[in-house]
Ligand binder design. Structure first.
Ligand code: TYD
Length: 226
């Protein structure tokens, strides 16, 4: 059986992840891989209900972080981990780096609290299936599940804002001022500094076809696509 692959995609709103994620799903399918295409917050019936609350209702920062990690735990235990155990490719539109970037960087919420929540929510000890024990044996810090690769679409907040003008009715995060997104970008940069081998930073300023070529190259270099 093929090894499961867990890939997350990050970037500020307007950075243009979606079309590339869809194209990658097709590329993996063309290679005969089974792809689970999913997103956060969301990806399960429960987590999608939480998503609606997280994106639309105002709440204090800890409440928001707890709901995000609750959604993540449900998503991880019922969708992501089982798909990886079946050897699938999981393409996830946002994961925990978004929490460090938006809640940590953007909102200025306590990074230590986020780190604790990350350890709890992504703890895969005792989920009781072969794949997860395998992961544990690799000696990963506390056997927490992290993506094998995180593709970060990096775009200056001013450019992202321009791309979003008139695109849709903005949600709670999309309607934040440009300074908020500057802090989000810093949050992503900090996460990348802390775990650089997991990250591929893609400059999202060039035209879409050129961005796609850079994205594809990352996967080709890993030997995951031809
Ligand atoms: P997004 O992924 O951009 O979906 P869409 O393309 O439908 O707008 O929207 C999700 C929003 O949620 C985005 O503004 C970032 C925010 N978010 C957080 O603040 N923290 C998180 O941990 C995650 C996963 C997302």
């Amino acid at each position: 059986m093929m090894n499961g692959l867990f890939i997350s995609f990050e970037g500020i709103d307007g950075a243009g992840k979606s079309t590339h994620i869809a194209a990658l799903a097709e590329a993996f399918k063309a290679r005969g891989r089974t792809v689970t295409l999913t997103r956060e917050p969301g990806g399960t019936p429960l987590a999608e209900k939480l998503r609606a609350l997280i994106l639309n209702d105002s709440m204090d920062a800890l409440t928001e972080a707890l709901l995000i990690f609750a959604a993540r735990r449900d998503h991880l235990t019922t969708v992501i981990a089982p798909a990886l155990a079946r050897g699938e490719v999981v393409l996830c539109d946002r994961f925990t780096d978004a929490t460090f970037a938006y809640q940590g960087g953007g909102r200025g919420f306590d990074l230590e609290v986020l780190s604790k929540l990350e350890l709890w929510a992504q703890d895969i000890q005792g989920l009781g299936n072969g794949f997860l024990q395998e992961l544990g044996k690799k000696g990963e810090a506390a056997a927490i599940l992290q993506p094998d690769l995180t593709v970060w679409f990096d775009l200056p907040p001013e450019e992202a804002a321009q791309r979003l003008v008139g695109a849709r009715v903005p949600d709670k995060f999309e309607s934040q001022p440009v300074e908020f997104f500057r802090r989000v970008v810093e949050g992503y940069a900090d996460r990348m500094r802390g775990d650089s081998s997991r990250f591929a930073r893609i400059d999202s300023s060039p035209p879409r076809e050129l961005v796609w070529a850079s994205v594809y190259q990352v996967f080709a270099d890993k030997g995951w696509l031809p």
